[in-house]
Design a protein around this ligand. Structure first.
Ligand SMILES: *Cc1c(COP(=O)(O)O)cnc(C)c1O
Length: 359
């Protein structure tokens, strides 16, 4: 990559100037819905303002629309101010809201690295927004210049994912930050698997980068995929935009309660992460022995991408044996590869036994 092209990209694209300049006009001018719990937030003895049923079911009252208690606790655990947190129905919600807030359908575009998580493209398609794909290198490294050169006047969002799914590797921090510093739109850094890469989060850089949005989730390390809770961390201005356009009560009371219960047991999550990482290392050693395995990509996540002869055939065999893995053999740069989630010791043993039957 030559230096001139990257300088050219930088002069064409003055860095981020604030949310106002890139927001869709209809969102800028939006008068948001005001719920009963928006208009009165204090404590009282009689609530007759929300048409709720007065008989106690445990859930007869609307939940806190801004999840204040939960954000306070998440803020303590993550070392982030609660005002810089948005909570969504999975990470999928902030991804979709970012399209709806910033991308004019049929006009704007976004950039996503390839290969990466499929939801960025699905959400773009739903919102009628073009996705410009920027290939990672053959061993899945990010090239900032290539991404910046692809951006144009209509590029609003850049999606990065680290550790990346399905490749499993962390992206280079310097390359990520080069993109954030030189892009005038917003950079979404999806850290869904960051708990499996201790110390690698860029969460603590948030204050220096007003156009950086970091996504994390309760679906992986926290073991709570079923409650649908995703987190977006960003500066106040961006959080305010997401709050303005979200469904008023987007996080239900059951989810808020269940997340609180897990957050006070962070040790348990950390133990799971430790076990999963050591199981991953074991799994790599065992899988490496198989003659049909041609490459195991290094992983900083709770899964491994494995290239093998006849990936599709092995996928089908495993499926018939009741072991379901993810066939990524048709994905760009992942040709002939399966993605294996690291399971429990027993589950991993079963996987290995089934593969041994192929020898
Ligand atoms: C699993 C995963 C998520 C989590 O999505 P949720 O909607 O929070 O369950 C987000 N990003 C990536 C890349 C993932 O693989």
């Amino acid at each position: 990559m030559n230096k001139n092209t990257s300088n050219k990209a930088q002069t064409q694209l003055p860095p981020f100037k604030g949310v106002g300049g890139i927001l869709r006009p209809n969102i800028l001018n939006l008068m948001p819905y005001s719920s009963a719990r928006d208009e009165f937030t204090g404590s009282a003895s009689v609530f007759l303002d929300a048409n709720e049923n007065p008989f106690e079911t445990g859930y007869n009252r609307y939940p806190d629309p801004y999840q204040k208690e939960l954000k306070k606790k998440i803020g303590e655990v993550k070392g982030v101010k609660p005002e810089l947190i948005f909570l969504g129905n999975g990470s999928d919600e902030p991804i979709d809201l970012l399209f709806r807030a910033f991308c004019n359908p049929g006009a704007d575009n976004v950039i996503a690295i390839e290969p990466s998580y499929g939801m960025y493209t699905v959400s773009a398609d739903i919102n009628d927004v073009e996705v410009k794909k920027v290939l990672l290198t053959n061993d899945f490294h990010l090239e900032a210049d290539k991404v910046l050169e692809t951006a144009n006047e209509k590029t609003k969002l850049i999606f990065l994912c680290s550790p990346n799914n399905p490749s499993g590797n962390l992206l280079d921090t310097a390359e990520i930050l080069k993109i954030v510093s030189n892009f005038k739109g917003l950079v979404v850094l999806d850290e869904a698997y960051i708990d499996f890469a201790p110390g690698a989060t860029l969460l603590h850089n948030l204050g220096n980068y007003p156009n950086l949005i970091i996504l994390q989730t309760f679906s992986k390390a926290w073991g709570l995929a079923g409650i649908r809770l995703g987190m977006a961390f960003a500066n106040r201005e961006i959080i305010a935009v997401l709050n303005k356009i979200k469904y008023p009560y987007n996080i239900n009371a059951l989810t808020q309660q269940r997340a609180m219960e897990s957050l006070v047991k962070e040790d348990e999550k950390n133990k799971w992460v430790e076990t999963i990482i050591s199981e991953r290392i074991k799994l790599v050693k065992e899988i490496r022995q198989f003659p049909f395995v041609t490459k195991i990509y290094p992983s900083d996540a709770n899964f491994i991408l494995v290239k093998m002869n006849d990936a599709k055939g092995i996928f089908n065999f495993l499926m018939e044996e009741g072991v379901i893995v993810r066939d990524r053999s048709k994905v760009t740069l992942c040709e002939g590869s399966l993605r294996l989630t690291v399971g429990s010791e027993d589950e991993n043993k079963i996987l290995i036994e089934k593969l041994e039957a192929l020898l």
